[in-house]
Design a protein around this ligand. Structure first.
Ligand code: PMP
Length: 373
């Protein structure tokens, strides 16, 4: 069937009119450092183990998957307990198709029409977009010039707007900025005094941080949720597996909105195989952290301003406003390296790749600096 109308000619919801879908350009260039993916393919032994586990799952594909993903949640709880400094059990862990789906389920449960969510921007734009998609009003909260959260202003914004959901992203995307426990606690207190509301700590890049996980803060705080993903540290962006840890009551609450059998048996089998290889995968994380730190040092030596990074990417600038960063993005792309223009005027973001990819990127920005000086 050929297209006969445009989107806006369809009876779509008013708040979606004129909007663009989320998505970074997927361009075919030699070096792609634009979507914070892990550059290392899964090790061959893990690929074999996935094939084995999926083969077993395939024998039962005539049946629906384990709706509650008990084995997977048990292993995720074990992983968090071992690596994030706080003991969680299966009852306090929930999994879905990417942390985007976790966030969507949280907003369907705790946000929705007549309710609002706040995030401190620039931050992960999907928090606002999923809010809109679930009919939740979005409030853009402040940050300091250096991209740390302005605690006083943020606490004031929470007290003023009394949001139902508060997003804190640590390390933050696209800036790489880690958030201290004291800031999270101040916002939690403010959010409870104002409403009380749900505080979601998005730790998608948690494994890359110089600082310990914020997970232990959920102790005694039933309105705090920590969300994580296997897309980054586990090098499994194609798997689509995100998870949360919280009071088991929060896990019970999201069951009210999750689709039946939302997590396929193939997904569960693959994630379980990946979790068996945690130590190897965390070894890659250590290499990426070293490369991330090298990018920060070398970019500064070349003469760029660089935001301190606790993630697997680095924000660098400054260019002359939005036009300047876009032009720099294009000049870097002309040299075969794709980075991300997140729409933060004057800044670009580069994902830490393999040492060779990072060298190609550094060569490209050295050229750029020469052209611009
Ligand atoms: N949170 C943050 C801060 C992110 O940057 C991303 C991915 N870019 C996600 C969540 C979602 O990741 P996924 O759905 O792949 O788990």
């Amino acid at each position: 069937m050929t297209r006969s109308v445009r989107i806006d000619d369809l009876p779509v919801r008013d708040e979606l009119r004129g909007k663009s879908p989320y998505g970074a350009p997927q361009l075919d260039v030699p070096v792609r450092l634009n979507t914070n993916e892990n550059p290392y393919p899964l090790p061959e032994a893990l690929v074999e183990r996935i094939a084995e586990r999926v083969r077993e799952a395939a024998r039962e594909l005539n049946r629906y998957p384990d709706r509650d993903a008990v084995e997977l949640r048990t292993e995720l709880a074990r992983y968090l307990t071992r690596t994030a400094g706080y003991e969680v059990t299966m009852e306090g862990v929930w999994a879905a198709n990417g942390s985007n789906e976790v966030i969507q389920q949280l907003l369907q449960t705790f946000g929705g029409p007549g309710r609002t969510a706040i995030g401190f921007e620039p931050s992960y734009s999907m928090h606002g977009l999923i809010s809109r998609g679930t009919g939740t009003g979005w409030i853009s909260g402040p940050r300091h010039e250096d991209f740390t959260i302005d605690v006083d202003a943020a606490v004031r914004a929470v007290a003023e707007h009394r949001p139902d959901v508060v997003f804190i992203t640590s390390p933050n995307n696209p800036t790489g900025t880690a958030v201290g426990a004291d800031t999270v606690l101040a916002l939690y207190e403010a959010a409870q005094a104002a409403k009380p509301s749900l505080v979601v700590v998005d730790e998608a890049y948690g494994e890359f941080s110089h600082h310990p996980s914020l997970l232990p803060l959920i102790e005694g705080r039933p309105h705090m949720v920590l969300s994580r993903t296997m897309s980054k540290a586990f090098g499994a962006a194609g798997l689509r597996l995100g998870y949360l840890a919280a009071d088991p009551a929060v896990v019970d609450a999201v069951q009210l909105v999750r689709l039946p059998y939302h997590l396929s048996s193939v997904t569960q089998a693959t994630a379980l195989a990946a979790l068996e290889h945690t130590d190897t995968l965390l070894g890659y994380v250590e290499q990426l952290k070293t490369e991330r730190d090298r990018l920060v040092t070398e970019l500064r030596a070349i003469g760029f301003e660089v935001t301190d990074s606790d993630a697997n990417f680095v924000q660098f600038g400054r260019f002359d406003g939005a036009a300047g960063s876009h032009e720099a993005w294009q000049r870097i792309l002309d040299q075969g390296v794709l980075v991300r223009d997140n729409g933060v005027p004057g800044w670009l973001r580069v994902t830490a790749g393999t040492p060779e990819e990072n060298d190609a990127f550094l060569d490209a920005v050295r050229e750029l600096k020469k052209e611009q000086s």
